[in-house]
Design a protein around this ligand. Structure first.
Ligand code: F6P
Length: 518
């Protein structure tokens, strides 16, 4: 199926009402995977378009791409690496590189158990009571999401804190009220070269040393792919160094030793169940036929909505308190993976690629940006993820569910002027007109009856595979991130400008630097 024919099919939908499409497809566009249900009926899709997308998926070799990923082939050509995040959670007897990758997670789980049962202590003999996780990007979003999602499963013996920002307040708040003598600082940096993390690690080590002197390195655990740099940083001290494999991308490393803080501070089965859920989703993605393969269907949907329907954003609406940090996590996963305009051959891509991904917690967003979603001039596909965190109050779950279903229905079907005038005849014509909802706003509905660690693992693994496969459709290497390098190097060049040592290259930067430092 050619791009031109897909474009023609998109054009044929111009005057078709989403509500008409959806009503004919109700209940037919549902599939399930690893405990999740998915409903795609409220999208600008028809049986003909589905068939065209399936044909395109075959031509693009999506199933072959899945095989290459799980065969540890090079899927990251610019860095010459495979993508082995799936091996971190693999339950099968992987061989070779995948086996050593899985071993790195197992080693971290052993360390976590020894920290957890008090076996691993600093020289002062006092068990660790506080854990401070220092990292940023993929070395922060994932562990922070898991810790927040399962805060009610945190062991009472540990106070778990996170720090990512250079703003000095972030570390201040992370250390506030903690006893250095009973604190373990876990520094996560795959490159061991990220300024924010090294800066905060250095300040945290000074904080430790002020209390425990030369024993401060015994209060440090470092997780990195650059163990030589970590050893240098410790200066021969006694700190723990755990492996974060080179073949695992930073934004794909939630399954790794990078989550040591969660492995230690959450109840023992939480992280294991999380890994098992991901492994179950991996099995689905590897074996499900194309038409019912959740990762393929969602990747095709992203490809269709962005590159053919012209939607430049997607809103993830997590009707789930445990998933309130998921949109932030997915922003890095999807936008750092596929926010690209050149392919592995360096040539510009012809199609629009990854949309802006944003979102928030439902029903909270209904009191904020849902006005924009319903009556704004921009049409944005939404993704409802209904996953209650507790069944303690059936009424609460029912209300949450009703809101999610209602929002998706109104976004799709709208509310016509005729209906408003019939239902509220007392309204003036101008107010009645302002109450019109145009509808025609597509949505995906995802559901699981409770957001357990297993369900979260399955969901995140699904988004990883969806992101990779959407990248294949767009002709993108989803595993490198050259776009984040320039800003970092420019910051290094602007510091001496702020110190008044050199002139700025850029006149606006120079003006702002003078303004800020005056
Ligand atoms: O944002 C750029 C990036 O390299 C991310 O890909 C990564 O997750 C983050 O910075 C942190 O990198 P590191 O783990 O090497 O400190």
């Amino acid at each position: 199926m050619t791009i031109a024919s897909l474009q023609a099919l998109a054009g044929s939908l111009k005057d078709v009402a989403l509500s008409d499409l959806a009503s004919t497809r109700a209940g037919q566009q549902v599939f399930d995977a690893a405990g999740w249900q998915f409903d795609l009926s409220r999208h600008f899709l028809t049986p003909e378009i589905d068939e065209a997308l399936f044909a395109h998926a075959k031509a693009a070799g999506l199933q072959g791409a899945i095989e290459r990923l799980f065969a540890a082939e090079i899927v990251n050509p610019s860095e010459g690496r495979p993508g082995l995040h799936w091996a971190l959670r693999s339950q099968s007897e992987e061989q070779g590189l995948a086996e050593s990758v899985r071993a790195s997670t197992n080693a971290a789980l052993v360390i976590a158990r020894r920290l957890n049962n008090g076996e691993l202590k600093p020289p002062n003999g006092q068990a660790f009571k506080s854990i401070v996780h220092i990292g940023i990007g993929g070395s922060d979003f994932g562990p922070r999401l898991v810790a927040d999602a399962f805060a009610d499963h945190q062991l009472k013996q540990f106070d778990l804190r996170f720090c990512a920002n250079l703003d000095p307040l972030d570390l201040q708040l992370a250390l506030a009220g903690l006893d250095p003598a009973q604190t373990l600082v876990i520094g996560i940096s795959k490159s061991f070269g990220t300024e924010e993390t090294l800066f905060n690690l250095s300040r945290a080590s000074d904080w430790l040393a002020a209390s425990v002197g030369d024993d401060w390195t015994s209060h440090i655990a470092l997780v990195t792919a650059s163990s030589a740099k970590a050893k240098d940083w410790l200066g021969g001290g006694a700190g723990l160094i755990l492996d974060l494999p080179e073949s695992v991308g930073g934004r794909f490393s939630i399954w790794s030793a990078g989550s040591l803080a969660c492995m230690t501070a959450l109840q023992g089965d939480v992280f294991q169940d999380f890994l098992h859920g991901a492994a179950e989703m991996d099995a689905h993605v590897q074996t499900a036929p194309l038409e019912s393969n959740a990762a393929i269907r969602l990747a095709l949907l992203d490809f269709w909505n962005t590159s053919f329907m012209g939607f430049s954003a997607r809103a993830v609406l997590a009707y789930s308190r445990r998933l309130r940090m998921l949109p932030t996590y997915l922003q890095q996963l999807e936008m750092e993976s596929n926010g690209k305009s050149a392919g592995p051959n360096g040539k510009p891509l012809s199609l629009m690629t990854a949309p802006l991904l944003w979102g928030g917690e439902g029903t909270i967003g209904q009191h904020s940006y849902h006005q924009w979603l319903h009556q704004g001039t921009h049409v944005v596909p939404t993704e409802f993820i209904l996953a209650p965190g507790s069944n303690e109050s059936p009424q609460g779950v029912q209300a949450l569910t009703a809101h999610a279903l209602a929002q998706a229905e109104v976004l799709a079907n709208g509310r016509s002027l005729q209906d408003i005038q019939a239902e509220e005849p007392e309204l003036s014509p101008s107010v009645a007109a302002q109450k019109v909802h145009s509808g025609g706003r597509p949505s995906t509905f995802m559901y699981t009856n409770q957001l357990t660690p297993h369900a979260l693992g399955a969901l995140i693994a699904l988004y990883e595979h969806r992101t990779y496969l959407a990248g294949v459709l767009w002709g993108i290497n989803s595993f490198d991130q050259w776009g984040v390098e320039r800003g970092k190097t420019m910051a290094a060049r602007i510091k001496p400008v702020l110190a008044g040592e050199v002139q700025a290259d850029d006149p606006v930067t120079g003006h702002l630097a003078r303004l800020i430092t005056s």
